[in-house]
Write a protein that binds this ligand. Structure first.
Ligand code: GAR
Length: 209
């Protein structure tokens, strides 16, 4: 896979662990599930950094409690989206990050940033894509009368929530569901899905050295 500018690289050996960063904006339950899975010695990635664009993100404390280094790149303090992303990219490069997982990261990324990480960045989205890209996925599934919902792990491409699908998890929509009850059921599925999907995605890469 191609190296992003200035990141990754260095000598490698078979069976190594890919240097993974997780980007969050809030609660961080998916981040925690990945970081916990990565505590196993045979997991093909190590979580070398958790980055939030919001200093108040609860996930930062959850990462710190697991001993994972954290950083904040506060998007509001940058004059443009590009300047924010330049700082983010520099931080990832400084930590020799090779792959990125978006986990409840609620900033739209520009095409320029996405291209720099193309093939090396995944996202989890709380719907069965291509259904319901964007926000309010659970309310939209309920309004449509869907009988099942779920989550999708996909490679990030410049078009929002549209990259190649790596894995999906399905859950039933139950009578009386609200967006909140459905979100909780989907989240439970996400926490099992995302660490496994990342492992499947990175294992060949790690094995190749
Ligand atoms: C998750 O449900 C994730 O799928 C969703 O935000 C939640 C984050 O929760 N992501 C998106 O909506 C991205 N468009 P978490 O911070 O507790 O993992």
């Amino acid at each position: 896979m191609p190296e992003p500018d200035g990141a990754g690289g260095g000598p490698t050996r078979p069976g190594r662990r890919v240097r993974l960063a997780i980007l969050i904006s809030g609660r961080g339950s998916n981040m925690e599930a990945i970081a916990r899975a990565a505590q196993a010695s045979d997991y093909p990635a190590e979580v070398v950094l958790v980055v939030s664009n919001r200093a108040e993100a609860a996930g930062l404390a959850r990462a710190a409690a697991l001993g994972v280094p954290t950083a904040v790149v506060p998007h509001r303090e940058f004059p443009s989206r590009e300047a924010f992303e330049e700082a983010l990219h520099a931080l990832l490069a400084a930590h020799r990050v090779e792959a990125v997982a978006l986990a409840g990261f609620m900033r739209v990324l520009t095409e320029g940033f996405v291209r720099r990480w193309e093939g090396r960045m995944v996202n989890i989205h709380p719907s069965l894509l291509p259904l319901y890209p964007g926000l309010d996925t659970h309310a939209r599934a309920l309004a449509a009368g869907d009988r099942e919902a779920g989550a999708t792990v996909h490679l990030v491409t410049p078009v929002l929530d549209s990259g190649p699908v790596l894995a999906q998890a399905r859950v039933p929509v139950l009578p009386g569901d609200t967006p909140e009850t459905l979100a909780a059921r989907v989240l439970e599925a996400e926490l099992a899905l995302y660490p496994r999907a990342i492992a499947d995605w990175l294992r060949p890469w790690a094995a190749a050295g």
